[in-house]
Design a protein around this ligand. Structure first.
Ligand code: 7JF
Ligand code: MG
Length: 214
């Protein structure tokens, strides 16, 4: 039977990356997407901005909305301090199955909790199910018309504290206008736009970093 793009991406990781080496996994995926097939990983240009935000936040507890194949999961997990935890939500079970193997190959599985399901269903369960108090960093990279809904849901569930950082992918392409309108005009956030490019292309895109002021 025909393989899927995520399965072909995983095969490239197994073939080209060194087990236990997160940087080699990131490099193998970027090479696959530059040379073989485009895929919606955050990519290296936006990935370096993600890395800098993770490093400066030095988070103990991270939420990623949208795992896909685990590329940004591996980037984030490889920069976490010891004992820090990353919870990543993915609604597509086939993508989740590939991501689990990418995360395992990179050797970061003990820092990552991959949860299969809808963000709207799982965000309200974070405290009771995973013992989360608040998130220090949230990477929004799932479905553009869930960015605003899920941000309001995290506020309502008390999952953000003063200083929590939200980093949103694709705020230009495909864009999340309702999210940007809310987050840039809310007195509860201090926002900053990082201009970049759509992964593996010359098209414009960017990340929006927003600090919750409490
Ligand atoms: O859906 C996404 N989630 C997370 N990150 C994404 C991302 O980083 C992307 F670059 C794209 C993208 C953008 C432009 C394009 F032409 C194709 C795909 C998508 C996306 C947008 C609309 C869809 F119908 C399907 C996928 C996503
Ligand atoms: Mg994205």
């Amino acid at each position: 039977t025909q393989s899927t793009r995520p399965q072909r991406l995983l095969a490239a990781v197994h073939k080209k990356a060194t087990r236990g080496n997160p940087r080699s996994v990131v490099k193998a995926i970027d090479e696959f997407c530059n040379q073989n097939e485009w895929a919606m990983n955050v990519g290296n240009e936006k990935g370096e901005i993600l890395d800098s935000v993770v490093s400066e936040t030095n988070p103990g507890c991270v939420l990623e909305l949208g795992t896909y194949c685990g590329y940004s999961t591996v980037r984030i997990a490889s920069l976490l301090p010891p004992h820090a935890q990353l919870i990543t939500l993915e609604f597509n079970p086939d993508n989740a199955a590939v991501a689990r193997q990418v995360i395992a190959w990179a050797g970061v599985a003990e820092k990552v909790r991959l949860v299969e399901g809808e963000s709207g269903e799982w965000i309200p369960k974070m405290k009771e199910q995973f013992g989360v108090k608040t998130f220090d960093l949230v990477f929004l990279d799932h479905w553009k018309n869930r960015y605003l809904l899920d941000t309001k849901l995290m506020e309502e569930c008390g999952l953000l504290k003063k200083g929590s950082v939200l980093l949103a992918d694709n705020v230009v392409c495909p864009g999340a206008p309702d999210y940007l309108e809310y987050i840039r005009n809310s007195p509860q956030y201090k926002s900053q736009f990082f201009k970049s490019h759509l992964e593996y292309t010359k098209a414009e895109d960017g990340l929006e970093k927003s600090v919750f002021l409490g």
